[in-house]
Design a protein around this ligand. Structure first.
Ligand SMILES: Cc1ncc(COP(=O)(O)O)c(C=O)c1O
Length: 482
């Protein structure tokens, strides 16, 4: 059929999106009863077994194209994304930036090598260090005392770390931070490349960067060697869709492929792959217009929220203009209560702790929707208004770990479970992170301090989700056995 007339592709993206075209074609033929596939998936496109939950599911291999031909289609789509971001190499992942981060760790160095890496990293990067056996040399962002939130890792810190660790194999940073603060990626790229190593950027939240003149450039445009970004976060792709993009001057394409495949499924969901392709085509064609709408919506919401006594928003040159981060401390309202109101209103935010609310606003949100969110938020703040308080910096941002064992050694070491009191002074065998933002407060190989245990307990008492701990009540911890 003529793909330009398929109502399931209302913007006609399939003309520039080969995986999307494949998905539209195959699901149409299934719908028309033309196919009886003798391949996976086992549901065989029937909706009378487990029901509608599998509707639209189509494997890359065998649906978007024949098992033998699908890689050509995939390579075509990935080449289009590489061209859009100015990369030499690109892969689409159906396992999120989590997988992309781990693939880049596997591509960056050899087991035992040091790597300069931000400690406010997402857990996926830390597990990437475990997989790859890399030894972290931590660098940390500055913390803004006015908000308790992280700003950027200073270039000076990376330069000093590189000078002190001349054998480090790469620099790995997260840009922007979870709260949208941005650093000097060009400065970091220069520092890394002068030391002869690649700069790798976890840009999970920044798939829209570089597609509007008022947004920061994306990391590759700023000089980075590789970036990971979640197409399901800032772009309208399906959950789990992510892109890994690289230049191949300081990273090897074959090694990147090997590293990517090592931890990717052999049965990627064609629907997710097609949605990444479609999101890329949309960004290429309408990115500036849609990002412009996002920026207007966020700017108006920031202005409106600032009119409310005590309410603050992150703003200014070090903050990406498409991010809305609401600061509650000056209103005395507790973020947990505001979050509950927002959930009840059907507007659940991504993150809420006592002092901060982080809704995710994307190019899919029109200005009215963002404005409506701001009004519901304001009503809730007024309901819960209390005594203003100074903001508390979350342990996720302030953690200053002492790494005693490399993450990989600690991960595989014999462990034992001990009480919280007995754990203090021992080496953590586990990763414990308030989520979101998913930044480990304790990581394998780090000394467990009383401060870390107190900070985790405070985050839990404040209603936070403590993820990945073997004992989420924090009564006991898993430590490396002596
Ligand atoms: C900075 C950062 N990196 C990586 C990830 C993992 O992304 P994904 O959920 O796409 O696997 C997240 C998730 O929130 C994140 O915040």
């Amino acid at each position: 059929m003529d793909i330009s007339t398929d109502t399931r592709d209302p913007l006609g993206l399939a003309a520039d999106a080969p995986l999307l075209a494949g998905w539209l074609d195959w699901t149409r033929r299934v719908h028309d009863g033309l196919l009886a596939p003798m391949t996976t998936p086992g549901h065989k496109q029937r909706q009378d077994l487990v029901g509608a939950v599998v509707a639209g599911d189509a494997p890359l291999y065998g649906a978007l194209d024949t098992i033998k031909q699908a890689d050509r289609l995939r390579a075509d789509a990935e080449a289009r994304a590489a061209a859009l971001w100015g990369a030499d190499w690109c892969r689409f992942s159906v396992a999120g930036s989590t997988h992309g981060n781990q693939a880049l760790c596997l591509a960056a160095g050899r087991p035992g090598q040091e790597v300069i890496v931000t400690r406010t990293l997402h857990r996926s990067l830390l597990l990437g260090l475990v997989l790859a056996g890399l030894r972290p040399v931590w660098v940390r962002p500055d913390i803004d005392p006015a908000t308790g939130l992280p700003s950027a890792v200073p270039v000076r810190a990376v330069r000093e770390a590189l000078a002190a660790h001349p054998d480090a194999c790469a620099v790995i940073l997260g840009e922007p931070s979870y709260v949208g603060t941005i650093g000097d990626v060009a400065g970091h790229a220069e520092a890394a490349q002068q030391a002869g190593v690649p700069l790798i950027v976890d840009a999970a939240w920044a798939a829209h960067f570089g597609f509007h003149p008022d947004l920061p450039p994306h990391p590759l445009a700023a000089g980075a060697d590789a970036m990971v970004t979640s197409a399901h976060k800032a772009l309208p792709a399906a959950t789990q869709g992510a892109l890994v993009l690289a230049r191949t001057d300081r990273l090897d394409a074959a090694r990147l492929d090997r590293a990517f495949e090592a931890t990717h499924t052999t049965s990627p969901a064609g629907s997710i792959m097609a949605s990444i392709d479609a999101a890329r085509a949309l960004l290429a064609r309408d990115g500036e217009r849609l990002c412009g709408r996002l920026l207007r919506g966020v700017a108006a919401a920031r202005k409106r929220l600032r009119e409310v006594p005590g309410l603050g928003v992150l703003d200014g040159p070090g903050v990406e203009p498409g991010k809305l981060v609401v600061l509650l401390a000056g209103t005395g309202a507790h973020g947990g209560l505001v979050e509950a109101d927002l959930i009840a209103a059907g507007m659940a935010p991504e993150m809420a702790d006592r002092d901060t609310i982080v809704p995710i606003v994307t190019i899919a949100d029109d200005e009215e929707r963002v404005a409506a969110f701001a009004e519901v938020l304001i009503k809730s703040v007024e309901r819960h208004r209390g005594q203003p308080r100074p903001p508390a910096a979350s342990a996720s941002w302030t953690v200053e770990p002492r790494t005693v064992l490399a993450p990989r050694e600690a991960f595989f070491a014999p462990d034992e479970t001990v009480s919280a009191a007995a754990a203090i002074g021992r080496v953590s065998a586990e990763l414990v992170a308030p989520y979101p933002p998913g930044i480990p407060v304790l990581a394998p190989g780090e000394l467990i301090t009383a401060d870390a245990v107190t900070a985790l307990r405070e985050a839990a008492a404040d209603g936070g989700r403590i993820a990945y701990a073997a004992d989420p009540t924090l009564a006991t911890f898993q430590v490396v056995a002596t």
